[in-house]
Design a protein around this ligand. Structure first.
Ligand SMILES: [Zn+2]
Length: 263
């Protein structure tokens, strides 16, 4: 429904210039006969921007902080910046969490119900492509993240992997819209996953279903975290298409929203 589409289109002024870029990219692809199935997702124009920004600014350095994200209502799910500096409050518990089994995937972990339709479509498409996926992790509460962080700290020490594990409040998993994927039937997932059949399919196609890779390879300085080929945040198909076409990391786009929303 149209109203749904409008509700899912956030940070219009960022979308404005990125939409222009997207259109240019799609024209080039069409000219080359390679629009791809995801092109349909971009048809509803999000370009109602009143004052487009010429170019997104570089986000701040990845130092530790504890600033509450400016956009942090449950309706802001696609706009909330969560990184080493910006965080969610401990009380942030999405009200509509449901098990991923509702998307036909195994496990009892939960995501927000708004993710289910596209997660269902993604799971079905991956399986049809011979690259079936499952969910390794999804929603994680503040308390869960705190336990995980402390466990890593005890296990590996202050300079070990705990430094790569988000502190409580600083994990995108608390949003309830972020999923760690793995190959169906696998026990775990690693950085080599991207070269597996399921991992490669996800890198190429997840955006078509509204999911964006938060921590791409070699972008640590921008994203604040080392490469995680399994960690995808849901933005909805329109926004994910635009981020994908822009070549920006999701944190750069979210930072543009944060700096304009902050007083
Ligand atoms: Zn993750």
């Amino acid at each position: 429904m149209r109203s749904d589409v409008r509700r899912r289109v956030p940070f219009a002024w960022v979308i404005g210039p990125l939409a222009v870029l997207l259109v240019a990219v799609l024209i080039v692809r069409w000219a080359g006969g390679d629009a791809g199935p995801g092109a349909a997702a971009t048809r509803s124009s999000p370009s109602t921007s009143p004052s487009p920004s010429p170019t997104p600014q570089r986000p701040p350095a990845c130092t530790d902080g504890k600033t509450l994200a400016a956009a942090r209502t449950y309706g802001d799910w696609s706009k909330t910046l969560v990184d080493t500096r910006f965080r969610l409050p401990a009380t942030y518990v999405p009200p509509d969490l449901v098990p991923v089994s509702q998307a036909g995937l195994s496990g009892t972990v939960e995501v927000r119900s708004l993710v289910i339709p596209d997660l269902t479509a993604l799971g079905a498409a991956a399986a049809a492509a011979g690259a079936p996926v499952d969910v390794e992790a999804a929603y994680r509460s503040w308390a869960d993240q705190q336990s995980l962080y402390e466990r890593r700290l005890q296990e590996f020490g202050p300079t070990g992997p705990a430094t790569r594990t988000a502190r409580p409040g600083h994990s995108e998993h608390q949003l309830g819209t972020t999923v760690d994927f793995k190959t169906k039937g696998a026990l775990d997932v690693s950085t080599k996953w991207a070269s597996s059949r399921a991992g490669a399919w996800m890198q190429a196609n997840a955006w078509r279903f509204g999911f964006v890779l938060s921590y791409p390879s070699g972008q640590d300085a921008l994203t604040c975290y080392p490469y995680e080929p399994w960690h995808f945040r849901y933005f909805g198909r329109v926004v994910a298409s635009i981020i994908h076409a822009s070549g920006l990391t999701s944190r750069q786009v979210l930072w543009d929203e944060e700096r304009t929303a902050s007083p």
